[in-house]
Design a protein around this ligand. Sequence first.
Ligand SMILES: [Zn+2]
Length: 319
Amino acid sequence: MHRRHFLATAPLAGLGMAAGSLPVLAASHGATTGQVPAVQRFSVGDIIVTCLGDGGLHIGPDALIGIDASGYDTLMAEQFHDPETFTAAVNAFAIQTGDETILIDAGAAGAMGDTLGQLGGNLEAAGIDPASVTKLIATHLHPDHVAGMLNESGPAFPQAEFMVSETERAFWSDEANFSGQPQMVLDFMKLAQNVLSAYSDNLTTFEGEASVASGVTALPLPGHTPGHTGFMVSSGDAQLLIWADIVHVTPVQFARPDVAIGFDVDPDQAVATRQQILDRVATDRLRVAGSHIGFPGVANVAREGEGYRMVAAPWDYSL
Ligand SMILES: [Zn+2]
């Protein structure tokens, strides 16, 4: 399944397809068996938010904190997922306000294996030229969100102002925060520092609930990382909360928000933040977009039992 996703979109990157063309149909000769480009648009008032798939990543019970394999298997089966192959999406989101093209995160590029790294081809299929991106905003500095911000020559979005929370920038910049950490975490730190340095000429940090663009406001969601941030997109009466990594494993963490993931810098705080934000979006009936909610990554949240239930957003027929 992973392999088919990869093969389906890999040709897009190499062919330099013109923006707005029909890349899969044009690029394939004979039967097409993979997915078409993973691009889906949602309107939020006058703003268009586009989910751009980067691929997917298997997350098994060993990566989770607070649930054992049998509890994981049970929740997967209840929601018709195969626990052996459950694949969490990795999504990025473009926000087009009319004045600006903003990209929230940029996928993993080649940093986490060949089931990821599809953002470039999907941006192209969406007709978004990397050079047209005015603001490149990181929800946090983990590799599945920022490795795609770099290419061989440095910044992959050369015209963009790079924006990240000051708390996040400071955390990854201070090597004292990582003494005694395993090599994988040190590699995360190195990549975060490389991204910060590649964009250092055009870097802006924000703190608290800051406005980062017209209609886009930062919302600190600490725990997964210290400066982990969501973004509220607002236009008229319409709102969408891009909540980044509030949930990594949808079949588990909506039902059991108390389950954390090994990548959380502060698992207890991550759980508290998840509980708080799930309560808020369920109460307010606020639609959310998630980095790891199955493509196209947009959903509502309903209360169910002691936890919550995800309801995938409908296709937007208004576009
Ligand atoms: Zn993530």
